[in-house]
Design a protein around this ligand. Structure first.
Ligand code: NAP
Length: 289
């Protein structure tokens, strides 16, 4: 199947899609050509018999507000937003869900009247993947979160809300980890990256940094992983490989990427738009295959 990617500039002057019954959705980001979201939403729509058009639209931060306006004008009903636009999307919304407001980032937009309602489904997607695919319930677990960007914030609030016993946060820019830990309160605490070797052992280590996209490997001390620990990278495909390899070398028993989270957060967006939750298992299996 081939999915067309549009550039934001191609949206200018598009007429509203008033003549067909197809529902129009999109994912905005930069880069976006390799996004799996069009494939995932097409599969969900086919599964539930919902006719929808979901395309990828390349837009940087400067182009995004106009591109989103043009998309709404052309009949866009909902959108996903990815790097680097999640915080900009939150600022553009007329209303926000409680979870989006808390983590200050939006990955799902729903057209309501003349404005956008914003939600963040990343945290729920992570929890569902951990629980259902990897048999890990965060309750009472010792968890280390690497990163303090938009996805890390969503993950942190979700993990803390799920009853994590301990939530240590380390980030390249320490101040951001400290601010996130302060926003969460107990049991969260910020750790200096240089102090990871003395931080003890964790049941779950979540990589929410974007380091793998640049091919960078994070230094992971061998003391980090408790027995039977899970290493989880939010990214997937090639970007996840440096962290997963480093985690295995440091003694992690299990090391998995974020493909399952991607499918689960998409299902959560889909349910918000269409009022029905798709079965994610066959879609995940097809992508993994
Ligand atoms: P972001 O807001 O740009 O945050 C990037 C984070 O990575 C920051 O904490 C940054 O640290 C850190 N970082 C970047 N390069 C680094 C390096 N070379 N070494 C160490 N730390 C580095 O990005 P995001 O939206 O949170 O996305 C983060 C990751 O999650 C991406 O890989 C993205 O693909 C993935 N993600 C996956 C899903 C899914 O559904 N599976 C959903 C959302 C995001 P500083 O604060 O120091 O800059």
């Amino acid at each position: 199947m081939v999915f067309e990617t549009l550039h934001a500039s191609q949206l200018k002057g598009q007429r509203p899609h008033r003549t067909d019954m197809t529902l129009h959705y999109a994912v905005f980001g930069q880069p976006i050509a390799h996004s799996l979201s069009p494939r995932i939403h097409a599969a969900f729509g086919a599964q539930l018999g919902i006719a929808l058009d979901y395309r990828a639209i390349e837009a940087g931060r400067a182009e995004f507000p106009h591109a989103l306006d043009a998309f709404a004008h052309a009949g866009g009903r909902g959108a996903n937003v990815t790097l680097p636009l999640k915080e900009d999307a939150a600022a553009l919304c007329a209303s926000l869900s409680e979870r989006a407001r808390r983590c200050g980032s939006v990955n799902t937009l729903l057209r309501e009247g003349e404005g956008w309602h914003g939600d963040s489904t990343d945290g729920a997607g992570l929890l569902r993947d951990l629980r259902e695919r990897h048999a890990l319930d965060p309750r009472d677990q010792r968890i280390l979160l690497l990163g303090a960007g938009g996805a890390a914030r969503a993950a942190a609030f979700a993990l803390a809300g799920a009853g994590a016993g301990e939530l240590a946060i380390a980030n390249r820019t320490h101040e951001r980890a400290a601010a996130l830990a302060a926003a969460l309160g107990a049991p969260a605490r910020a750790l200096a990256w240089s102090g990871l070797a003395e931080a003890g052992a964790f049941d779950l280590v979540v990589n929410a940094t974007a380091a793998g996209h640049a091919g960078a490997t994070l230094a992971l001390p061998s003391t980090l992983f408790a027995s039977d620990a899970l290493a989880y990278d939010l990214s997937y495909g090639r970007a996840a490989q440096p962290f997963l390899a480093a985690a295995r070398a440091a003694g992690a028993t299990h090391a998995v990427d974020g493909l399952g989270m991607l499918v689960e957060q998409a299902a959560e967006s889909f349910a918000l738009w269409h009022g029905r939750r798709p079965d994610t298992a066959p879609v995940y299996a097809a992508l993994r295959g």
